[in-house]
Design a protein around this ligand. Sequence first.
Ligand SMILES: Nc1ncnc2c1ncn2[C@@H]1O[C@H](COP(=O)(O)OP(=O)(O)OP(=O)(O)O)[C@@H](O)[C@H]1O
Ligand SMILES: [Mg+2]
Length: 370
Amino acid sequence: MYIEKLIFQNYRNYSHLKINLHPKMNIFVGKNAQGKTNILESVYLLSTGKSHRSSKDQEMIKWDKENAFIKGEIITENKKKVIEIGLSKNQKKKIKMNGVPLKKRGDLLGQVHSVLFCPEDLKLVKGSPNERRNFLDQEISNLRPRYYYYLLEYNKILKQRNFLLKRIKYKNSFKDTLYVWDQQLVEIGSKIILTRIHFLKKINEFAKNLHTEITNNLEQIELFYQSTVLSNKEDIKNIKDVFQEKLKKNQIMDIQRGTTTIGPHRDDIKINVNQIDIRSFGSQGQQRTAALSLKLSIFELIHLEIGEYPILLLDDVMSELDQNRQNKLMDSLKNIQSLITCTDLNFLKENYPIENQVYQVKNGQLSMFS
Ligand SMILES: Nc1ncnc2c1ncn2[C@@H]1O[C@H](COP(=O)(O)OP(=O)(O)OP(=O)(O)O)[C@@H](O)[C@H]1O
Ligand SMILES: [Mg+2]
C-alpha cells in the first residue's frame, strides 16, 4: 500500500501543505527542527489514530490555532482510502474514512498499515517493560482490531479492581465483592496473554532469520513472553486457572499495596541474544540491532498477513547505520513505499533515481530539492 496525497492545515509547524507522494521512495532532507519528523508522525497518525510521540492530540495543533486538519489518500489493493483527522483544542478528535465519520479510534485500526523506525526504538529493548508492552499492544491492535477492545475492557476492569482494593484496606467487608472483578479480570486478561504469546511467536520466527542476516551470522535472537501469570501450558483454560489461583494467592499483598500485582499489565518481553538477556546486559549496538530486527519482523508479518507491504517510515535512521547496513536497507526499499527523513543525502548512491522524490524541508515548508 502507499500514500498518494498528504494534506495538512495548521498541523504542528505547518500552516498549509499539500503534497503528492511517490509510490516508492520519498526523502525529506533538512536541518534540525524544520518539520521532517512531523511529516512521518502524520502518516503514523493516519494509520493508528494517534501520535507516536505525544499522548495529547492537542499538541499536534499549530500553537496559535484552535484546530488542525490532516488528510491522507492511501492506495491499497488498487482502491483508494481517504482518511481525514480533525483535531480541536476543546473537542474530541474526529476521524473520517471515505467521508464517513468513525465512532471510535478502534474503527480506524487495520485500515492503513505503516511501520515507523526512529532513534527512540532503542527504548524497545533498553526501556521499561511498559515500552515493550505498548509496542506489542499497538502492533497487535493494528492487525487484530478486536484485541484493542480487549485491552480497553481489561484496563477498565483493572481500574475498578484497584479502586476496590484501596477501599478494602479501610473497610474489610468490601472484600466480598472482589471475586466479581477477579473473574472478569481473568476472563479478558487470559485472552490478552494468549494473543500476545501467539503473536510474539510469529514475530520471533521472523526476528531469528532477520537478526542472523543483519549480524552476518554472529548473533542469534530469541524472544519470549515473560508473564507474571506463569503458565507452562499455553491454552486458555490453563492460563485462566493459573491466573485465578495467583490472584487468590496474592490477595493480601494486593490489598496492602492497593493495586493488582499480576496480570498482562505487568508482563514483559524477554529478549535474548546469544542466550544473554540484552535488556540489561546488551551493548548499545546489540540493543539497537535487536530493536531493528523487532521492527523489521513486524514489517514482514504485516506483509504475510495482509498480502501487502506497509508504508515504511524511516526517521533519521540512515545516519545510524554503517555503510553495509545502509546499502542493504536501500536495496530492500526498491519495491515498497518509504518516507525517509535525513539531514544530508550522503547515503544516496549515484544510481538511485531521486528526481521528484527529494524534498527540502525548511521551517514548515517543502520544496523540491534540486
Ligand atoms: N504544535 C506545534 N505548533 C507549531 N510548531 C510546532 C508544534 N509542535 C512542534 N513544533 C515545531 O516543529 C519543529 C520540530 O519539527 P520536527 O520534529 O519535525 O523536526 P525535524 O525536522 O524532524 O528535526 P530533527 O532533525 O531535529 O529531528 C520544531 O521547530 C517545533 O518547535
Ligand atoms: Mg526529527
